[in-house]
Write a protein that binds this ligand. Structure first.
Ligand code: CTP
Length: 397
């Protein structure tokens, strides 16, 4: 259930921080990718070296790296996460979270997080019982956060009572239960195409386009985080994806088509997000073409991958595509949907600011094969991906 999940583990200044190392290990064993964000006080209890050795990633603690000035973006982190766990959570961190006191990286990350947040308090019994702590916990719950109640038992203070951070195994169990409820596509196979294609002219030149692949990658991740088995067929891009996704790299439209055809057979859902080059050079020159005045490159049409799949689509399969349009957007998109035998098409308009290639945001309208339209506001591509996943859920066969 946690395979491929992006988890932020927030660690604060409590003696229970030593258990965070074990919690990290358990999460990684379950296949999650863990990013530690630690408060300055947390570092007094457990060293970042231990934690980064476990996660294979640098631990984030400050807003900037002191010597390089490199900024750590809490906003990017907040968007990356499928879940944030604060374990151990001290009374002080709980109070800051409840009141938005954003004076460290952990709190700013929490305030930016779009994913569910789980809080595992750890403190002495009287601190835990105190009305201010209880009021803060209630406040956190009222904001939609999940409190993993502390256990009763022997405390570091020598006292006995409620306040001991829940055991790492129990925290992992809690998360697994939470995600098993959210695994909307468990057992479903999803195929996504993403990025541009490169059509070779000679050994050093090609015809391509500006597609960054971000939208397709975000869709692949969004399906994977809902339990789907995802194959991502990717053109040349500068992106990475979580280990839970099967990624197949291709260059040309022909290669992408061959892989897509072989994978479609066993797919329940296919989302065609790649910006496939419509044409490829007729001839490929094995040696570098020399400059000699004017030249013409003769182009021949590439296969239409979406239409090829649409022609063999079975009743129980869902096939969706994208349409990037500049004029008569809706009618052109509807024509594409019909021509390619799609179940729905995601329309991007070149007229919309902040949408399409190169941006982190996108503005879409989804048109179904019955002609129903749903328009969405400008959103981050990760949120757009979640909207597409939610739309696909309505059609799930
Ligand atoms: N597509 C595809 N194979 C192609 C061209 C497009 O699979 N050779 C898919 C895209 O991934 C997208 C949809 O078809 O899901 C529409 O792509 P788009 O480039 O907007 O449309 P085209 O059919 O190429 O039409 P045009 O470029 O003339 O607008």
């Amino acid at each position: 259930m946690l395979k491929g999940k992006h988890i932020i583990l927030g660690i604060t200044g409590s003696i229970a921080a030593y258990k965070a190392a074990y919690l990290t290990r358990l999460l990684i064993k379950k296949g999650a990718e863990v990013q530690i964000v630690i408060t300055p006080a947390g570092k007094e209890f457990i060293t970042p070296v231990t934690l980064s050795a476990l996660t294979g990633k640098p631990v984030v603690s400050e807003f900037f790296t002191a010597n390089s000035g490199e900024w750590h973006s809490h906003v990017d982190l907040g968007l990356w996460a499928d879940a944030m766990i604060v374990a151990p959570a001290t009374a002080s961190t709980i109070a800051k979270m409840a009141n938005g006191v954003a004076d460290n990286m952990l709190i700013t990350t929490y305030l930016s997080a779009k994913a569910p947040v789980f809080v595992a308090p750890a403190m002495d019994l009287d601190m835990y019982k105190h009305p201010s702590t209880q009021a803060n916990l209630k406040k956190l719950q009222s904001y939609g956060n999940y409190i993993i109640e502390p256990a009763s038992g022997f405390l570091a203070s020598g006292l006995e009572g409620k306040g001991r951070m829940e055991e790492p195994e129990k925290i992992v169990e809690y998360l697994e239960q939470f995600f098993s409820k959210g695994a909307l596509f468990a057992g479903k196979r999803v195929m996504v195409t993403a990025g541009p294609t490169y059509e070779k002219i000679d050994p050093v030149r090609f015809i391509g386009n500006y597609s960054s692949g971000k939208m397709g990658y975000a869709i692949a991740e969004a399906f994977a985080s809902q339990g789907a088995e995802v194959t991502l067929i990717s053109g040349p891009v500068n992106l990475s994806c979580s280990s839970a996704i099967e990624r197949i790299d291709v260059k040309s439209a022909k290669e992408m088509c061959a892989v897509a055809m072989s994978k479609f057979e066993t797919s329940d859902i296919a989302i065609m997000c790649a910006a496939v080059a419509d044409y490829a050079p007729k001839e490929y020159s094995t040696s570098k073409i020399k400059r000699h005045g004017e030249m013409t490159v003769e182009l021949v049409p590439n296969p239409d991958i979406a239409a090829t799949l649409g022609a063999v689509k079975k009743e129980n399969q869902i096939l969706a595509g994208f349409a990037l349009e500049s004029d008569d957007e809706e009618s052109n998109a509807t024509l594409k949907l019909q021509k390619k035998n799609l179940d729905f098409i995601v329309l991007n308009s070149l007229a919309d600011k902040g949408a399409c290639f190169g941006y982190d945001t996108n503005k879409i309208t989804i048109i179904s094969k019955n002609g129903e339209k749903e328009s969405y506001p400008l959103k981050n591509k990760k949120e757009v991906a979640q909207d597409i996943v939610a739309y696909t859920l309505k059609l799930k066969k």
